[in-house]
Design a protein around this ligand. Structure first.
Ligand code: AMP
Length: 403
């Protein structure tokens, strides 16, 4: 059933609790990349432009000690949000107690308050990780601060935390709405359509280090995809399963049988690299060469080769839906980046297809190439998007009210 969206809510004069994803890279109080703050703006603006009061909650990093608290305050994030919104944003250096309640009581329509990092609740209390283990009392407390709830944090939607599932549960128990924000709506639409209702030909491209991380995705997408292109370290366990020599390449012995059975199940849907860039060491300076599907004993495959790129490009050229997760090689090193960059370029050249990228490395490659504007949707959540592609129900989405 369709989910309630922030635009369905009449927010005028209402206190709207919003779970945003402000989990930005931050060092010594300096924000490295404000993409996630920018991505939350449409939802925040809808609320304040329509006379609502926006009370924002987010986690930032992991809190295991008092020292972490010093480095992971949301204060600089609130300041950056104020600059982006071009209006004052009130930061409260706490997320529970009188200081919070006073700040909320003082809000006027159109005001924005940012509460302190929700994971500050993960230490110094009897419950333990109150936020990350979803202490129901914490969800109830936060819910008591608002009239309605909007979850716009797709990046944590695969987790059941107090600030998403806890608040939504408590809100709904009181007959109050829990809606998806615009960012969440976009993620559900593009990932959901790609997985549940793809326009064919539907091509899935998977890479990255390990088969074990992508088993669920492969199993879920074999019946739905027309082609599954596999590159990266995970390709070598599949090549080994076909009887190829893989030298010193990444290999998961305990996944060999599974790789064999996936190859059997998928028939010729699974497409493996036909050549590879192989090097003597895991180093950009190591001697390297292009080899076929068999890797010499003293070498390791670190990228897909030019013929594989050609083959992948040929398949991609007719695609109408493409989902890409994971690099085609050890792309952080320039000598082994070409396969990943070429896949990115191939996606950017598709003008009549829905293209979806998930996962930090593929996203980084897309940004490095400057092709992000040519991609239909770049998912903001690594783990969450992988869980979605696995066909799993995400607790942070399941808790949102139906329309
Ligand atoms: P993942 O986190 O599973 O998406 O894996 C990403 C990492 O896998 C990147 O840091 C890549 O450098 C690494 N990687 C990709 N292909 C290979 C390969 N053929 N050999 C070793 N590492 C690789």
């Amino acid at each position: 059933m369709a989910k309630l969206i922030v635009s369905d809510l009449d927010v005028k004069g209402k206190k709207v609790l919003v779970r945003v994803d402000f989990n930005v890279p931050i060092k010594d109080g300096v924000i490295g990349d404000d993409n996630r703050i920018v991505a939350a703006l449409p939802t925040i603006k809808y609320i304040i432009d329509n006379g609502g009061k926006a009370i924002l909650l987010s986690h930032l990093g992991r809190i295991k000690s008092e020292d972490d608290k010093k480095n992971l305050s949301l204060k600089p994030v609130a300041a950056r949000l104020g600059e982006l919104l071009e209006k004052p944003v009130t930061f409260v250096a706490s997320n529970e107690g009188k200081e919070v309640e006073d700040a909320v009581a003082a809000m006027k329509d159109g005001d924005v308050v940012v509460l302190e990092n929700t994971r500050f609740q993960d230490i110094d209390n009897d419950f333990g990780k109150r936020e990350s283990k979803n202490d129901p009392k914490l969800g109830e407390y936060w819910a008591s601060l608002g009239d309605m709830f909007v979850n716009d944090a797709f990046g944590t939607a695969h987790r059941s935390h107090a600030s998403n599932v806890g608040i939504a549960t408590a809100m709904k128990a009181e007959g109050k709405p829990a809606a998806a924000g615009y960012l969440m709506e976009k993620e559900i639409k593009f990932l959901g359509d790609a997985v549940e209702n793809p326009v064919h030909p539907f091509v899935t491209i998977l890479g990255g280090a390990k088969v074990s991380d992508k088993i669920g995705v492969i199993e879920n997408l074999i019946p739905k995809s027309d082609h599954i292109l596999i590159g990266g370290g995970m390709a070598y366990t599949f090549l080994a399963a076909q009887g190829h020599k893989i030298g010193k390449s990444l290999f998961e012995a305990d996944k060999l049988d599974l790789a064999k059975s996936l190859l059997e199940k998928a028939g010729d849907k699974i497409v493996l690299p036909v050549d590879n860039v192989a090097a003597t060491e895991f180093s950009n300076d190591a001697a390297h060469e292009v080899v076929g599907q068999d890797i010499p004993d003293n070498e390791m495959g670190l990228d897909i080769g030019p013929k594989s790129v050609e083959k992948f490009r040929e398949i991609l050229k007719d695609a109408k839906t493409v989902v890409w997760n994971g690099p085609m090689g050890a792309f952080e090193m320039p000598n082994y980046a070409e396969g990943t960059l070429e896949v990115g370029r191939a996606l950017a050249e598709l003008t009549d297809a829905t293209t979806v990228i998930g996962g930090g490395d593929s996203t980084a490659a897309a940004k490095q190439l400057g092709i992000a504007p040519k991609i239909t949707h770049i998912s903001t959540g690594g783990g969450a998007s992988l869980n979605y592609l696995e066909g799993k129900e995400l607790p942070g989405i399941a808790c949102i009210s139906d329309k």
